[in-house]
Design a protein around this ligand. Sequence first.
Ligand code: PBG
Length: 335
Amino acid sequence: MNTGNWTAGASMPATRMRRNRRAEWARRLVRETQLSTDDLIWPIFVQEGDTAREPVPTMPGVDRLSVTEAVRAAEKAAALGIPVIAVFPNTPPSLRDAGGTESFNPDNLTCRAIRAIKKEVPEIGVMADVALDPYTDHGHDGVLIDGRIANDESIEVLVRQALVQAAAGCDIIAPSDMMDGRVGAIRTALEAQMYSDTQIMAYSAKYASCFYGPFRDAVGSSATLSGDKKTYQMDFANSDEALREVALDIAEGADMVMVKPGMPYLDIVCRVKETFRVPTFAYQVSGEYSMMAHAMAAGILDRERALIEMLTAFRRAGCDGVLTYFAPELAEMLG
Ligand code: PBG
């Protein structure tokens, strides 16, 4: 990177790096990264029943919403110019089982929320996860057989889940389960069922992370989760492996790829973007949200400055967009 020529010119006083920083207009002129509301995806949580909203205790400022309230949220997002809303269900415990069968019920909470949003706010994009954890009584993303998460058996269920979501009107199917071969299987099934326009945003480099803790509270899977997800989610010590995962998902038919978590994994985002040059996203996950929300609430971080710096860092690393629970607040700031 650092060429001889480059350093040769870098001496004082010919080069004074501070010249381009001396005033706000000069800094604006040379700014490399621009922010826009177009870069935001807003994840929301939905729950059954008429209670409009119920706080998620580990995510200050985030509530679970009724389907009706989720439609209001989508209206708000559309008015703010947020392009996509992502729906995550808190399935009632009575509907969770070992095989995650509620995931492919065409009238499950997710499908009802997707249909309601697409009906009343057709201009917004709707995204939904494909993974079984909100539907299984053991909290895993796949089917548990003899104590193992069975890859191929899980894919059969995940394909059915993807199809009911596509039928409900979901624009972006987001496989977050990390089973091998799931993107290809879902793409083949979508094509066979005439859903050839349905996009896939693959959670390609999804790491086994403690930063998902508050999300699992929000969808109600923390209490039930047995063991960890290390046999399917990636080891956070690895980086080359993320490139293999991304390459596979692109080859299998993903339109967009994602790295998750976000801020501690921007090195991965950078490598993925530089290597593949495809639409690349990151998920600023629940634990990251909660850290920032607590620090801001305590007056330790300035809200506006922290959020703008955070989003800039994602974009600078190579993200085309970011999934963040701060999306509406950021959209308001970006005007
Ligand atoms: C489901 C899923 C998870 C998240 C998104 N989809 C949790 C997990 O894999 O355990 C985490 C999102 C967040 O923490 O905000 N597979």
